[in-house]
Design a protein around this ligand. Structure first.
Ligand SMILES: O=C(O)CCC(=O)C(=O)O
Ligand SMILES: [Fe+2]
Length: 302
């Protein structure tokens, strides 16, 4: 039901890989991606690095609490994000970092390129996360090139639209589902992602569920080193609804779980209105609206 794509085969333009990409993008809005440049060891390292951070005492994590800032860099405590207005704020914790531009770059003032905030511990945190971030952006760009070809555009169709990507790397930490959790409480409530594509690594624990067309929830599990890829609202608009941004959620279970999504979003002034429509929808405007809606500390911000 969710196709598995070999990244190397896709890069070669292999017909079956392109077919699987089309099915994933147009049908379920999800695919699994294996055999990328990011091996199992690199994925395990980034997951264990986030795990060590989330296991720190709350007072240490609070030193990089994003709620004390006007941006979305650093630690997000439990209940600091509400992705679904019909549900309670999520019980997960998370850590966000993004692309930072040189201080004298005029775009550096935009919230999407805000400076990252790094914790003092665990040792090596920043190096591990930054190295993974760069490698994951390359994997995402290579995948987008395959997607462009699979939908009949040139392989480099997206390349210049991601020169300064509003990319955001997140570590999600789901503790075991709390005893108090009711039917409006989720690790992450049902939502669609905001951008173009999400490249998600997990520690292998199940938990992610994807909405099928009939409204039922379908579990998706991937071993470390196999990525779950899903598509977001911008690509759905951009492709005139051909690529699907599918609802997904995590209820949470008896074991803690770590997942690491890279939200791969284009440069802020990219027009993501349907190709050929003559309309203008700026990627930055869409992202900023969704950030304001979902990060509790940014509610009400323009
Ligand atoms: O943890 C997961 O499997 C999904 C996370 C997710 O949907 C998100 O962070 O947007
Ligand atoms: Fe998501």
């Amino acid at each position: 039901m969710i196709p598995k794509v070999d990244a190397a085969a896709l890069a070669r333009g292999d017909a079956q890989a392109m077919d699987h990409v089309r099915t994933g993008a147009f049908d379920t809005g999800f695919l699994l991606l294996e055999n990328t440049a990011l091996g199992q060891a690199a994925v395990a390292r980034v997951i264990e690095t986030y795990r060590a951070f989330f296991h720190l005492p709350p007072a240490l994590k609070a030193k990089v609490d994003m709620a004390a800032t006007g941006s979305n860099r650093g630690w997000g405590a439990a209940q600091s994000e509400q992705v679904d207005p019909m549900s309670n704020p999520d019980y997960k914790e998370f850590f966000d970092c993004g692309v930072t531009l040189a201080q004298d770059d005029p775009l550096a003032q935009l919230q999407f390129y805000a400076p990252n905030r790094w914790p003092e511990a665990p040792a090596g945190f920043r190096d591990v996360i930054e190295a993974y971030f760069d490698a994951a952006c390359r994997v995402a760009l290579a995948l987008l090139s395959g997607i462009a070809r699979a939908i009949g555009e040139d392989g480099d169709y997206f390349a210049d639209k991601f020169a300064q990507p509003m990319a955001l790397l997140r570590g999600n930490y789901y503790p075991a589902r709390p005893g108090w959790a009711g039917d409006k409480d989720f690790g992450i409530a049902p939502h669609t992602d905001y951008g173009c594509l999400t490249l998600l690594a997990t520690d292998g624990q199940p938990g992610l569920e994807v909405a099928l067309r009939d409204g039922s929830w379908h579990p998706v599990q991937a071993d470390p080193g196999v990525f779950v890829v899903n598509f977001g609202e911008m690509l759905e608009m951009w492709s005139n609804g051909r690529v699907r941004a599918t609802l997904h959620r995590v209820l949470g279970g008896p074991e803690e779980r770590i997942s690491v999504p890279l939200f791969f979003n284009p440069t802020h002034d990219t027009n993501v209105a349907p190709i050929g429509s003559g309309k203008v929808i700026l990627a930055g405007d869409h992202l900023s609206r969704r950030y304001t809606e979902t990060y509790v500390h940014l509610h009400g911000q323009d």
